[in-house]
Design a protein around this ligand. Structure first.
Ligand SMILES: Nc1ncnc2c1ncn2[C@@H]1O[C@H](COP(=O)(O)OP(=O)(O)OP(=O)(O)O)[C@@H](O)[C@H]1O
Length: 479
């Protein structure tokens, strides 16, 4: 239904006919005001050549480093902490954050941001928690733990961490990591993640004039791939985490395991409400609780420190929004790496599958390197959309996004983010009496939870109207 709605909206817009192939002359005042896109108030050493450009090509996204004048004022020290899972990369970066006078942690999951905020506050470093769903401010805090979409590129920090930097290559969320990488204004920026991201990050940062260094790590505790599958739910034991890729499957597995009468299961998956997800993870981690088995989606794959003894893949395939495909090497390693975390009560991690036929893929993935990332996600900033919109006042957000998607020019280090879900949100909210900024905010923050039924679209329309004030309060500072 949503796609029908979207199709009709798109044909109604006829964006490509009306706004095809712009190279728009800009007036002097606009040029001055928006100088940083042409480089005028950024780093004069490097970005001054086109200061007096008289033509502004909105579709030219080939120099995204110039979108962040605040960060370009600094020569940042960027440290890439790379290595396998459970090798202490984040631990080392967090030590720097903890000892800095101001800082920000940017993570891919709300649960990770929550863990970091808790850790810093416990260490008497007041730390705010800011995610798409909540703002928890702590008096006197100069530190923030945020989900990467909420990273504030207008503030200055001593220290910043961008965790799971390999997500810069993610089809749908990569642009938020690119924005944080290029835009965070911190003296020291710590990037933690897979070595596969190193060449791309180094290439991208050539344009920023930052100092970049690479620090490599080894796994701190062994991870043993099992030669035999689990085979029967009767063989599931305390500390096991069974991984599945849909909510339906997760609850089916939970039921089958609990039917054996030996274990109670916690569940963790991405769309669980944050409080419930946190409670379920805590319950599993708590040795005194009866919930000694976890059934989870790949939401546990990133950075979470859970007391898992053995990872059991119930399948090696997942539906990625477009098709059912095999898990990638990187996904398999990330998820498997949750077993036997250093410092947990299981000093050795084990990993296996439910079905024997899945074992070869598991074994070969664990022996392979993740393929090197070639391109990072990119998406136009609000400022850029807003400039475009001012030059084309009759065009709505949906048409603007479609136009950028079709006509933007990118350098070879970048790809345009897959914005199909954002377009669906834009199609709905374009008819609402909201400003461009509000609409943009909703598009980049609400698309993750959108599904494609008419009921949910109707619900979302109502929700947007109700939530606009609170969400805007959160987003106001970061866009
Ligand atoms: N030097 C250390 N002393 C004590 N504990 C450590 C040390 N280094 C790491 N740890 C602990 O080991 C676990 C794994 O560390 P960390 O989360 O930093 O690994 P990582 O390499 O970032 O893993 P992933 O890529 O899976 O997120 C954490 O519980 C962390 O607190």
């Amino acid at each position: 239904m949503a796609s029908v709605f979207l199709r009709s909206r798109l044909s109604h817009c006829s964006v490509s006919r009306r706004v095809h192939g712009y190279t728009v002359p800009v007036k002097i005042n606009l040029e001055l005001k928006l100088g940083y896109f042409c480089g005028s108030h950024t780093d004069k050493r490097q970005f001054s050549s086109s200061t007096y450009c008289s033509m502004f090509d909105f579709m030219d996204l080939t120099r995204p480093h110039t979108w962040y004048p605040n960060a370009r004022k600094k020569r940042r020290k960027v440290i890439l902490h790379v290595g396998p899972t459970n090798s202490g990369k984040t631990y080392q970066a967090l030590k720097q954050l903890e000892s800095s006078s101001s800082g920000v942690y940017c993570g891919p999951l709300r649960l990770l941001a929550w863990e970091v905020a808790k850790r810093l506050n416990k260490a008497n470093v007041p730390c705010d928690l800011i995610t798409g769903q909540e703002v928890e401010e702590v008096e006197g805090a100069k530190h923030k733990a945020v989900t990467v979409e909420m990273a504030d590129v207008n503030r200055d920090y001593d220290c910043a961490i961008i965790d799971e930097i390999q997500m810069i290559g993610c089809r749908t969320r990569g642009f938020s990591f690119t924005r944080a990488l290029l835009g965070i204004s911190a003296d020291e920026v710590h990037l933690c993640g897979d070595p596969a991201a190193v060449p791309l990050v180094q290439e991208i940062l050539k344009s920023t004039d930052d100092d970049v260094m690479v620090q490599s790590y080894e796994r701190l505790s062994p991870l043993v791939p099992s030669k035999v599958p689990v085979g029967s739910f009767a063989d599931v034991s305390t500390g096991d985490c069974v991984v599945a890729f849909s909510r339906r499957e997760i609850y089916k597995l939970k039921k089958k395991i609990q039917n054996q009468g030996k274990h109670l299961c916690s569940v963790v998956y991405g769309s669980l409400p944050p409080e419930t997800r946190t409670r379920q993870a805590l319950m599993f981690n708590d040795a005194s609780s009866d919930f000694d088995v976890l059934v989870a989606s790949d939401a546990i794959g990133m950075g979470l420190n859970l007391n898992i003894s053995r990872i059991i893949f119930s399948t090696m395939e997942k539906f990625d929004g477009e098709e059912v495909r095999d898990l990638t090497v990187s996904e398999i390693k990330q998820i498997a790496g949750r077993a036997g975390r250093y410092g947990s009560k299981f000093p050795v991690g084990e990993v296996t599958c439910l079905h024997e036929s899945d074992l070869p893929l598991l074994h070969s993935a664990l022996k392979s390197q993740s393929p090197v990332l070639e391109r990072a996600g990119l998406f136009p900033t609000y400022d850029l959309l807003s400039m475009f919109s001012r030059s084309h006042p009759t065009i709505g957000l949906l048409e603007t996004l479609v136009h950028f998607y079709k006509h933007a020019k990118l350098s070879s280090n970048y790809f345009m983010t897959d914005c199909e879900q954002m377009l669906k949100v834009a199609a709905v909210i374009d008819v609402l009496p909201l400003g461009l900024k509000e609409k943009y905010v909703f598009c980049i923050s609400a698309y993750k939870s959108l599904t494609s039924t008419a009921v949910q679209l109707t619900w979302m329309t109502r929700f947007l109207l109700r939530a606009s004030h609170s969400l805007l309060k959160i987003m106001h500072k970061v866009v």
